[in-house]
Design a protein around this ligand. Structure first.
Ligand code: ATP
Ligand code: FE2
Length: 351
């Protein structure tokens, strides 16, 4: 069976195609995307939707060419139905309905967060993991229990990626900020001539409440420090902080918070596998911290390749296929969007 998946929750419009006749490591036969990028500022919903309209046709052609297929060969169409930015989701849902009607193909609606977890189970050896899902808008710790993917911990305000991007913007580093912040934090460790290369850590608020986290207070604290640093620079005074020190301290703090919550979820669910997902999980320092925590408690960490960590459509196609095989199918009039649907609202029928 062949499933074509459409991803359009936020800045990425993607088409992925999977074929479940093929062996595990070959099932993904196309994973094409086109993402909105901005030099300054974040994404504007209406502009991102315009982008998706502009590129949808080319992305589809490209994906079909990669898979060497025609739309007639596809058995089922899946699209990201929840959660996400309404403007963006609507374009994917429309595109899915058009293909479904024109080629008479069944439709399946997919939850984007659960798709991150299911693609991880396909492309790694993880079987029943706790997912640490760290992206721009989403920060959740998710695990399967009692027929649902339950959220064991999450952010109470902004996503960790949005935190990193806003912090980076304050430092003048551009968007996306994650890779630049990672680079400067690494420089703090490797190039610090003081104290035998010991990186300089500046105390920041540590915001874990039970199983939840928040980033607003840390961001405000960092903004004050950046202001002080810039003022000192202007007066040619000695600056109390460098860019590198701030990046290092911010990363160490927020990653430690996430590792703490992930560890507690592993203990609570009595699970032995930690799976990473989301764009922030590309960060090597985060991976290193998670790996240490897992080794210390006899668990195993699994990290999909970057193309499956960041938003992608292969994961929508794969979860769509699992759902369709379990009997899930949408009527065309029900194939709308659910921007605010939560991971734990969904009954898991496919495992
Ligand atoms: P979602 O719609 O699931 O919330 P998203 O649209 O924000 O996801 P992703 O591609 O999952 O997109 O993640 C993008 C985020 O990942 C950005 O905030 C970016 O700064 C961050 N990021 C990318 N690389 C790194 C890195 N090496 N270190 C830290 N953060 C990173
Ligand atoms: Fe995502």
């Amino acid at each position: 069976m062949i499933c074509l998946g459409i991803e359009s929750t936020a800045h990425t419009f993607g088409i992925g195609i999977v074929d479940d006749k093929l062996p595990k490591e070959k099932k993904i036969i196309a994973n094409v995307k086109d993402s909105v990028t901005t030099k300054t500022g974040g994404i504007i919903p209406a502009k991102a939707a315009d982008h998706h309209v502009d590129v949808c046709d080319a992305v589809l052609r490209n994906a079909l060419a990669k898979a060497n297929l025609k739309l007639e060969d596809v058995d089922v169409i899946a699209y990201s139905q929840s959660p996400g930015i309404g403007h963006c989701l609507r374009i994917g849902a429309m595109f899915a309905r058009i293909i479904s009607l024109k080629y008479n193909k069944p439709l399946v609606g997919v939850n984007h967060c659960i798709a991150h977890l299911e693609i991880g189970r396909l492309v790694t050896e993880a079987k029943d993991p706790v997912l640490l899902y760290l992206s721009g808008a989403n920060t959740q710790v998710i695990a399967y229990e009692g027929k649902k993917y339950r959220i064991f911990g999450e952010t109470l305000d902004i996503g960790i990626g949005n935190f990193i991007d806003t912090f980076a913007r304050e430092l003048g580093l551009g968007f996306p900020g994650g890779p630049m912040v990672e680079k400067l934090a690494k420089a703090e460790v490797e190039n610090n001539p003081k104290e035998n290369k010991t990186p300089h850590y500046i105390e920041l608020p540590y915001c874990v409440k039970g199983m939840d986290v928040n980033f607003g207070g840390i961001l405000t604290n960092l903004k004050h420090k950046i202001k002080k640093m810039n003022e000192a620079r202007e007066k040619a005074h000695h600056t109390p902080f460098t860019h590198e020190t701030l990046c290092y301290s911010a990363q160490e703090t927020v990653f430690a918070m996430m590792v703490e919550v992930a560890e507690r979820a592993l203990a609570h669910c009595d699970k032995k596998e930690l799976l990473l997902g989301g764009g922030v999980a590309c960060n090597k320092r985060l991976q290193e911290m998670c790996d240490k925590m897992c080794k210390a408690r006899g668990a195993k960490m699994f990290v999909p390749a970057n193309e499956f960590l960041i938003d992608n459509a292969a994961m929508i196609a794969w979860l769509g296929l699992l759902q369709y095989k379990a009997g899930d199918k949408l009527k065309i009039e029900d194939a709308g969007i659910k921007p605010y649907l939560r991971t734990d609202d969904i009954e898991v029928t496919w495992r």
